[in-house]
Design a protein around this ligand. Structure first.
Ligand SMILES: [Zn+2]
Length: 245
């Protein structure tokens, strides 16, 4: 899909299978010749939920950057929405190639470091990763993209965090919502730590002044996205959190 809005690139080819559309996001930093990456895709192949022989997301990022004359070393920041392997599996490799600073919520950072190990639904990173900048709700990342705010949106995982750009009314919600055929919905409960908490977070995200939502899975909603967020929250079922492991 490439550049869907000025300064917002969906890296081509990252999808591990036709049924699993994945949007690795590359954002142009307005204040300098640098870039911010939101989530980093799957590692190569087996056990990752992708097709056998899947080379991992890194080659797609390298190819995309080469096609756009973007130096990998100009990616200075990596924002992680949550610990799941389809978001972090490739993180160590990307961090090594770029030398970028890694940001994630402080709860997620502990699980990503495997201290303690994550026992909730969905797979954690293949190997422990150190987060450099541990975020909390409301932290302002003014130099990244057109200015971003970390919005704590737990439920899908305990430290799940969305990133909001107030000046452009854009939300990068990670897996707080999925894009489906009919707008947005909550991520299926089989992948979610607490569906009730995810529902409460979706309601909170729907209070933001948002025109566009670029979620990690599914098609971005670039117009009237607040209504789509409200629908996602309204149509969601609370789920049975007591069934959690
Ligand atoms: Zn997830």
């Amino acid at each position: 899909m490439s550049e869907i809005l000025p300064g917002i690139h969906l890296v081509d080819g990252v999808n591990p299978s036709p049924q699993f559309s994945t949007n690795m996001l590359l954002l142009k930093d307005a204040k300098g010749p640098t870039w911010t990456l939101v989530d980093t895709g799957l590692p190569p192949s087996a056990g990752s939920g992708g097709q056998p022989g899947y080379p991992g997301a890194l080659p797609f990022l390298e190819k995309y950057c080469a096609s756009r004359n973007i130096s990998l070393r100009s990616i200075r920041s990596i924002l992680i929405t949550h610990l799941h392997r389809d978001h972090t599996g490739n993180l160590k490799a990307v961090a090594q190639k770029t030398g970028a600073k890694i940001y994630a919520h402080w709860i997620e950072a502990a699980y990503m470091a495997n201290d303690p190990p994550y026992k909730g639904k969905g797979m954690p990173p293949l190997e422990p990763v150190e987060v450099h900048e541990k975020l909390k709700d409301g932290d302002v990342l003014g130099d990244l993209f057109d200015g971003l705010v970390a919005v704590y949106a737990p439920g899908h995982t305990p430290g799940h965090t969305a990133y909001y750009c107030p000046s452009r009314k854009l939300l990068f919600p990670g897996d707080a919502v999925f894009g489906g055929e009919h707008g947005l919905h909550l991520t299926p409960p089989e992948y979610t730590f607490s569906q009730s908490m995810a529902l409460i977070s979706a309601r909170r995200l729907a209070e933001l002044d948002v025109e566009g939502v670029v979620e990690y899975h599914g098609n971005p909603v670039l117009k009237d996205a607040r209504a789509a967020l409200r629908d996602a929250a309204r149509n969601a079922r609370p789920g049975d959190d007591s069934a959690q492991p």
